[in-house]
Design a protein around this ligand. Sequence first.
Ligand SMILES: Cc1cc2nc3c(=O)[nH]c(=O)nc-3n(C[C@H](O)[C@H](O)[C@H](O)COP(=O)(O)OP(=O)(O)OC[C@H]3O[C@@H](n4cnc5c(N)ncnc54)[C@H](O)[C@@H]3O)c2cc1C
Length: 411
Amino acid sequence: MAKPYLIIGGGAAAVQAAKAIRDRDDEAEIIILGEENHLPYNRIKLTKGLFTDLHSEKVLIKKEKWYLANRITVITSACAVSLRPELRQIETEDGRTWEYRKLLLCMGARNRALPVPGAELRGVHTIRDMKDADALKSSLASGSRVAVVGGGVQGLETAWALYEAGYTVTVVEAAPRLMGRQLDRHSSELLRSHLERSGVAVRLQAGVTSIEGIGSAQGITLDDGSRISCDHVVYSIGIQPNTTLVKDTAIQVRTGIVVNDRLETSIPGIYAAGDVAELDGHVEGLWGGALEHGRTAGNNMAAEDSEVYSKAVPVTLFNAFGVSLFSIGTVDEGQCDLTLSGEVNGVYTAIYVKGNTIVGAVSWDSAAASLIYKEAIERKIGLEGISPDGTDIVTVMNEVKSRLRGTAPGA
Ligand SMILES: Cc1cc2nc3c(=O)[nH]c(=O)nc-3n(C[C@H](O)[C@H](O)[C@H](O)COP(=O)(O)OP(=O)(O)OC[C@H]3O[C@@H](n4cnc5c(N)ncnc54)[C@H](O)[C@@H]3O)c2cc1C
């Protein structure tokens, strides 16, 4: 009997890959081995919906009946501990051996540890999986003071959830601004004042040097010597791909498992996708990227022809502290020729131009409003004849909209 397609890690990339394989191969056996004790779930909800019922079926990527209908076997609480490529075998912690015809590595990432004395104290948390979220929620007490370390999207969403649930929150960020990877300087500053007006304290350019407490956290010390009293610390300072499984193999690893643009590793027949994978020197670490990685890898595993992964324009939607905003594409002034900002639809908006096309946008507008910017960036709508330098942003965007309509399929 033909060996199964084996997928390690039960997350977004794994589900998408299993679906792609099944779409191309109706007969094959498909097995997902996941170390968590749950069917694959929407990890984003751990912060966006921290105080909702995270164990509800609604959080699952696919319900159990979908796996049954598609004959995809998900084995939970199955941690892969050893890979023997020469035998095409995986071993799980319980001593079982799993053979495969093709293997997909989707072990995701863990949160980067906070490298300071006191990080091992009770009351110090990070949120990567369901257990982490449960542990944080069950340890909070009425009136708890929480220091959230990391002013990126995940940190701020956590801060918002805690603030809404009635806890006293301080956000501590080492960089000079909040959401520095997604926002321009002005938006970061506006966001900081929103947080502060809501009653959340913000400390910028503040590196944590230690966490103090006897048995459990009682405060953190910052690099300027000041101290913040708190009962809990929740940190969110980046990710580290889970590559331990391949460490004794010939599979190439840098930060993540190195893959080519077909998502294949340095060993033919073994693929990697999602947060564990490094493509062109870059670990994406985003939900949309994990889905698309998974789909592409699954297609390539099951098909004779090959599909090249094409990175989607990254989109961040932020809804917290009474603020809706989005950030799309490249919003790094250093990588662009020109930035144009002003009010569009009555809200602050900035667009980033490079080589006469819009490559990025930040706007304090809703998700629905983001679509036009996303489309303009994806379709590389040119700004020839507009001369954006010296033209106001509303005029530029009106022209972009009309060019989009003019180039719409069928137009
Ligand atoms: C709290 C939180 C909020 C986020 N918010 C956003 C957001 O707003 N927008 C966005 O784009 N992205 C967000 N992300 C990132 C996004 O969730 C990830 O990019 C995405 O989940 C990656 O999917 P994946 O399948 O690669 O890995 P994961 O979802 O991490 O799944 C990997 C799975 O593999 C398991 N595993 C690891 N090692 C083994 C092993 N040896 N054997 C078996 N199983 C193993 C892990 O336990 C895990 O269940 C967020 C992440 C977190 C944690």
